[in-house]
Ligand binder design. Structure first.
Ligand SMILES: *Cc1c(COP(=O)(O)O)cnc(C)c1O
Length: 404
């Protein structure tokens, strides 16, 4: 028999029936438009969470809504046993942006990374002529690559791995931005190097351009694949379509998700030509990946990014914004230690526990998620203008002042 207690509020129902793997603040969101969301009490918030870097066009962008509405009434899902013109077009659009190669579509960042890890295994077989020998992947300390067994094994964080061991073997970890420490880990069993261009979940730690260029050389020298996780920092968030473009390198494969669908779940992998041929019929697949509906959403995102020149705007707006945030760090050094990041992916390094600050920001009308290691993340939608960015600075200043 089910419980007969009548639960009415969303909070009570969560409490009773939703798995407790998230510690949520007391906030129920019911509506969004542009850079704003509203709670069930009618309060408006400036949304610099963007669904964790997902709502690239903000909430309910009219072009996106129309594309998804139209496609939902036309054809939603056909599986990957058949072709669909929108999947074809989305693959073409990604190849145009990344380079000669092929795309594979899935539903999330973890799945995209899983495909990259499987690609590394296939590369190892090709390289050594033997299965199971050349299977090591070098990742970075502080990395986050997702919650599947592959992604989790590439994520050397106790809070994420605890309780789930044994993990997938073969992952080793170098110091971010220390090329020597990566080079020292290479041996004849290594198949790939796998990093985020900007680490999102451990405090917004960017790879330097020199480090990325160094990894590219290291991979070329030892015939390793360079795999880049752009799940969070990609799709325009740094002012270039891919964050690694700032370093002038090209990886062998890229994982994407989050912002790509603008709120509709979709993940994607781009693989450089030649390496893309490792996957042949039967070697990988997905039921849902790349549905017509998901592809319509992603194509709308790419279309609006181009049409509204969002990459240029993010690049132009983020400089002055960063300066103002750095001014806050100079004015309140006891509380705000440093500001890091690029474009619309910014981390505020707080001196201590950021939770009370996040709560105060929320009270003042700004939603900003944590990023581990006492960091608050600012992830405005790519459509955010200088007005929105300045508003965030004002709110943060007010909170720092009140807590000084
Ligand atoms: C969010 C994230 C993932 C995992 O994506 P999911 O869609 O949650 O599976 C992987 N890598 C990075 C860098 C991320 O930010």
């Amino acid at each position: 028999m089910h419980s007969t207690i009548i639960r009415t509020s969303t909070a009570e129902i969560y409490d009773a029936y939703v798995m407790k793997n998230y510690a949520r603040p007391a906030l129920t969101l019911v509506r969004g438009s542009g850079c704003s969301v509203w709670d069930d009490q009618g309060r408006e918030y400036l949304d610099f969470t963007s669904g964790i870097a997902v709502s690239a066009l903000g909430h309910c962008h009219p072009v996106w809504v129309e594309a998804v509405r139209r496609q939902a009434g036309e054809l939603i899902h056909v599986s990957n046993l058949f072709r669909h013109p929108l999947q074809a077009e989305l693959a073409r659009q990604l190849v145009l942006r990344a380079g000669p190669g092929r795309a594979f579509f899935c539903n999330s960042g973890a799945e995209a990374n899983e495909a990259l890890i499987k690609l590394a295994r296939l590369h190892g077989v090709k390289k050594s002529g033997e299965e199971g020998r050349c299977h090591k992947i070098i990742c970075a300390k502080g990395a986050f690559h997702g919650r599947t067994f592959g992604g989790m094994s590439a994520t050397p964080q106790e809070k994420i791995q605890k309780g789930f061991r044994p993990l997938v073997p073969g992952f080793v970890f170098g110091e971010l931005n220390n090329l020597r420490s990566f080079a020292d880990l290479v041996d004849d069993r290594t198949s790939a190097i796998f990093v985020e261009t900007i680490q999102g979940e451990s405090g917004i730690n960017p790879c330097t351009d020199e480090f990325l260029a160094g990894l590219r050389h290291l991979c070329d020298r030892h015939k390793l694949l360079l795999l880049i996780d752009e799940v969070q920092c990609g799709v325009g968030r740094t002012g270039r379509f891919f964050a690694f473009e700032h370093a002038g390198i090209l990886p062998d494969a890229i994982g994407m998700a989050k912002g790509l669908g603008g709120g509709f779940p979709i993940g994607a992998v781009w693989i450089r030509e030649n390496a893309a041929e490792y996957f042949q019929p039967g070697s990988h697949g997905t039921t849902f990946g790349g549905t017509p509906l998901a592809c319509a959403a992603a194509l709308a995102v790419l279309h609006v990014i181009d049409k509204e020149k969002l990459l240029d705007k993010v690049a132009a707006n983020s400089g002055p914004w960063l300066k103002k945030l750095e001014k806050l760090a100079a004015d309140f050094p006891q509380q705000l230690k440093a500001v890091r990041g690029r474009g619309y992916l910014i981390g505020l390094q707080m001196a201590g526990d950021p939770a009370p600050y996040q709560a105060a920001l929320r009270e003042a009308g700004l939603l900003a998620p944590g990023a581990g290691n006492n960091v608050i993340r600012l992830l405005p939608p790519l459509i955010a203008t200088r007005v929105h960015l300045d508003r965030s600075v004002e709110i943060i200043r007010g909170v720092l002042q009140a807590k000084a």
